[in-house]
Design a protein around this ligand. Structure first.
Ligand code: APR
Length: 274
């Protein structure tokens, strides 16, 4: 089928849906300027995961050579500060507003689905804008501007970046005063809300898999779970269809263009029916 036909088919499927779930990866935020992990020039080409993606590896690197990750960390801070939801994020908010989409399950920690306006967002890899205490149950969501300006201010005041300086950058727990850390899931740590994510996948009528390479489990199971439970599966990814064995529709476009065109056609179909 042509891309236009794939978009038309996706719109026809979504126009009939009332319990769709979107399972999103880094690709949906690529057009917000946030680098993906495995594309050419992606995060894992620039930073060794063993030195930055596990808490042990990150602490060891920061203790051994705190300057090593600093340029990448600063660049990421600037990227997150400039990032805004893109048309793909807003398309998912529109689908929720139309009563078609219920839940977004995201592997991303950038907060962009919540900022776009979706209200049921499961962040299985946590959030870079939520801090949690290392000693008690306290946690707190911060606005993008609030947290980033605070960290940048403390970094500009600091004249060195030892491990303890970096720990000091983080807000203190407002419950017990202890050290906090970003509530993100590092490699080897327990992912979040998987039972609820699997339940959403098994109950949905349509699964939209957007911008993910499908190499990281358990999030990568979701489209298979949905198909197994009788849902239709729509994949949006300009480079690859990681769910080819279960996809009903594959739209080989960037998420922004694909989702804008799909939602426009869904609206036309829904309006024609009225
Ligand atoms: N629109 C849609 N998809 C895109 C776009 C775009 N503009 N640009 C790239 N992609 C696709 C790529 O083709 C790729 O398939 O997004 C996917 C990104 O894949 P990864 O970089 O592997 O990201 P993701 O699938 O989210 O990785 C999962 O791996 O390292 C861990 O915790 C990290 O959450 C991450 C997890």
């Amino acid at each position: 089928m042509s891309i236009d036909q794939e978009i038309e088919k996706a719109a026809q499927i979504l126009a009939k849906a009332s319990n769709a779930v979107a399972s999103c990866g880094a690709g949906i935020s690529a057009e917000s300027g946030i680098p993906t992990f495995r594309d050419p020039g992606g995060v894992w080409e620039r930073v060794d995961p063993s030195e930055a993606a596990t808490s042990e590896g990150l602490i060891a690197t920061l203790k051994r050579d705190p300057q090593k990750l600093l340029p990448f960390f600063m660049e990421l801070l600037e990227t997150f500060e400039r990032a805004e939801p893109n048309p793909a994020h807003y398309a998912l908010k529109e689908l929720e507003h139309m009563g078609i989409l219920k839940t977004v399950v995201t592997q991303n920690i950038d907060n962009l689905h919540l900022e776009a306006g979706n209200t049921d967002v499961i962040e299985v890899h946590g959030s870079g804008f939520r801090m949690r205490c290392l000693s008690c149950e306290w946690s707190k969501n911060y606005s993008r501007r609030e947290l980033i300006s605070r960290i940048k201010q403390k970094m500009s005041d600091a004249d060195s970046f030892t491990f303890s300086d970096i720990v000091e950058l983080m807000p203190k727990c407002e419950g017990c005063g202890a050290v906090t850390r970003p509530d993100v899931v590092m490699f080897g740590e327990q992912v979040k809300d998987i039972p609820r994510s699997f339940e959403a996948a098994r109950k949905c009528d349509v699964m939209l898999a957007i911008g993910t390479s499908g190499v990281v489990y358990p999030a990568a199971y979701l489209p298979f779970q949905a198909k197994d439970a009788g849902a239709r599966v729509i994949v949006v990814n300009p480079n690859e269809n990681a769910f080819q064995s279960v996809s009903d529709v594959y739209v080989p476009l960037k998420a922004g263009e694909a989702m804008e065109r799909i939602v426009k056609e869904v609206k036309e179909i829904v309006l024609d029916k009225k």
